[in-house]
Ligand binder design. Structure first.
Ligand SMILES: [Zn+2]
Length: 320
């Protein structure tokens, strides 16, 4: 294929993927027992099959109506500086010792999660899946999955990621909210089957999806909401100097956002998985030392947030 043709083909795929990405919903393992089949990277089975991902969620009031706003966290997703994370760290430092505020501020943080193509089915039979899902796992569950994949591949027990000979993982999710627990185990026998070609053909572009969740207006709204609660004013003006985004308002033009599956690596999936497993210790934002945080504009106390709001927020977050 000529370079130009490859370029055109790539661009068309990119545009189509972006259009689809924005309104996609992620799937999470439901309460109880379910079976997760992780798909390999559709472009190269030896390449990474996952994407780090994190969002900041806040509640805000617009025209007297309460609404939820969410925006991509550049730190949790791309390990890049995130103004929102920095503002949240500053707020934590300022309100240190105020338990109620600490709770509220902690909920504004973006937890790192991982996206991958796959299916979540009620039985180990993957053929019952109607479509390929954009699976979203909390970091701890993702670590468990990686560990199991690594173990089986190392011991040559099987290749859970193989499209032909792979198998699914049984996930048991119990509890709710902060007491949610997951146990993960391989379903090597019942769950072993080829991924249907139809499903392999409709995988999602993980990076496109992640980047489509960034929006400068939403980032501003989230910054404002954090400021209203914590008194910390977050300047996200630097983000405004980004190259203009496409007319569809997505963040494709963000610097450092490489385009899709071209981020090739020479390591095998297993080596990658091992490296990732060894390095996934989430860099908690508060460990970073801020250069002289500016004094807050206002310093509201925890009373600004009433318990009902807090409960609601907790419930919503738990349901995510
Ligand atoms: Zn962030």
């Amino acid at each position: 294929m000529s370079n130009l043709l490859a370029l055109i083909k790539g661009k068309r795929q990119e545009i189509a993927a972006k259009r689809l990405s924005r309104n996609l919903n992620t799937s999470k393992p439901p309460l109880g027992i379910s079976y997760l089949r992780v798909f390999p990277n559709p472009a190269n089975p030896d390449d990474v099959f996952y994407q780090a991902f994190g969002m900041h969620f806040v509640k805000t009031v617009e025209a007297g109506k309460e609404k939820k706003v969410a925006v991509l966290c550049k730190s949790a997703t791309h390990d890049e500086a995130c103004e929102l994370c920095e503002g949240i760290m500053e707020a934590k430092a300022i309100h240190k010792g105020n338990k109620a505020m600490d709770e509220v501020i902690s909920e504004m943080r973006a937890s790192r999660r991982f996206l991958m193509n796959g299916t979540i089915t009620p039985t180990p039979d993957i053929t019952t899946a109607e479509k390929t899902e954009l699976v979203e796992l909390p970091q701890t569950v993702f670590e468990d999955v990686l560990k199991l994949i690594e173990e089986d591949m190392t011991d040559e027990i099987g290749e859970p990621l193989s499209a032909e000979n792979g198998y699914c993982f049984k996930i048991n999710r119990t509890g709710s909210g902060r007491d949610t627990e997951y146990s993960v185990s391989p379903s090597r026998k019942d769950g072993k089957m080829a991924i249907p070609a139809k499903l392999m053909a409709e995988t999602h572009n993980l990076l496109e999806f992640a980047n489509s969740q960034f929006d400068i207006n939403k980032a501003s709204q989230v910054a404002k909401a954090i400021g209203a609660v914590t008194g910390v004013s977050i300047g996200i003006s630097s983000t405004l100097s980004l190259p203009a985004t496409g007319t569809d308002g997505t963040a494709a033009a963000l610097p450092g956002f490489s385009s899709s599956t071209t981020t090739t690596t020479t390591t095998t999936a297993a080596a990658e998985a091992a490296a990732e497993a060894a390095s996934v210790e989430y860099k908690a934002p508060e460990k970073t030392i801020l250069p002289d945080p500016e004094p807050p504009v206002a310093t509201p106390t925890g009373e600004a947030v009433n318990q009902d709001d807090l409960d609601d927020m907790m419930k919503e977050l738990a349901a995510l």
